[in-house]
Design a protein around this ligand. Structure first.
Ligand code: ASP
Length: 306
């Protein structure tokens, strides 16, 4: 079975003229480095779940993306993180929200999946669980970049909350996700985010919701990005699997229809099936993304092909 991996770094209004050459190159280099690491792990026989979590953790650690270090700010100026992971092999799911001091929320989501009796834990009690799991903690301020403070100030002035790549912003960050098909044809998906700039403290988006931001079963794995509320209402990530199952669509058709026909909002998703096919549709100006299949070179892109 050929392995395959796809990652995203968020979708939004990323106009070609709003991204400096330097930033574009830095983002593309980060995506290339991280997808290459994931593909190398898959070539060594690492499981889909391990690769999905490690890949999203690497994206969380990279300040260019809206997750972990470098996440966007809520209306009160703090960072509230959320993440989820699903293992297609046994359809187990784990998610966390309202996390303010856990260095890698996706690793905490995995701990919920593997070592708790629950699927979703939030707030201070999720952070206490992180301590029991020996996961790294940090100050909330450690996540905050100066450009995020400026971004929040602009969003406040406009009186709205916004997609990381939306509203004419020049920032080059976004929610992150990974979908993986390993050498055994097993699937996994993971997603992590700081949410949307100027969101209400306590707001929960699509990213940690099972079937909305993240889904994996025996058929396909998907991770969504974009305006969280419509993605959540649609159940965007699971919708791909449902279309494949009920309508007999292939991965590409089901993914395109989910984003271009069914979604009533801005967004995109990445998806992979058990044969290693990859789809990465989006209805926004751009989506930071990369894909690699066994025996092929990594593909990195932000905009649609001209
Ligand atoms: N979907 C995320 C949220 O609404 C935002 C994003 O994808 O950038 O929280």
């Amino acid at each position: 079975m050929p392995f395959a991996i796809a990652i995203h770094g968020g979708a939004g209004l990323v106009r070609r003229d709003s991204l400096t050459e330097e930033r574009r190159a830095a983002c593309e280099a980060a995506l290339h480095r991280i997808i290459t690491q994931g593909a190398e792990a898959l070539a060594q026989g690492t499981t889909a779940l391990d690769v999905a979590v490690d890949t999203v953790a690497a994206l969380e650690d990279d300040p260019r993306f809206n997750a972990g270090h470098g996440a966007v700010l809520a209306a009160d100026g703090s960072v509230e993180l959320e993440a989820s992971v699903m293992n297609g092999l046994d359809a187990r799911f784990g998610a966390v929200s309202l996390v303010r001091t856990v260095r890698n929320p996706v690793r905490l989501a995995r701990a919920v999946l593997e070592r708790s009796p629950h699927v979703y834990v939030a707030g201070p009690n999720a952070e206490a669980f992180a301590d029991r799991e020996g996961l790294a903690r940090c100050d909330n301020a450690d996540f905050i970049l100066p450009e995020r403070v400026e971004q929040l100030t602009r969003a406040r002035a406009k009186g709205r909350f916004q997609l990381d790549h939306g509203g004419g912003e020049q920032d080059v960050y976004g929610t992150v996700g990974a979908v993986v098909c390993d050498a055994h044809g097993h699937l996994a998906a993971a997603t992590s985010t700081g949410g949307m700039t100027n969101k209400w403290p306590g707001r929960i988006g699509d990213s940690p919701l099972v079937g909305a931001g993240t889904w994996a079963d025996g058929r396909c794995a998907a991770s969504a990005t974009g305006h969280g509320e419509p993605l959540a209402v649609l159940g965007a990530a699971r919708r791909v699997a449902t279309r494949m199952e009920l309508l007999g669509e292939d991965l590409r058709t089901a993914s395109q229809a989910t984003i271009h026909d069914d979604l009533e909002g801005e967004g995109g998703l990445i998806a992979v099936d058990r044969y290693g096919n990859i789809a990465m549709p989006f209805n926004t100006a751009g989506m930071f993304r990369a894909a690699q299949r066994e025996g092929e070179t990594a593909q990195v892109a932000i905009w649609k092909a001209r």
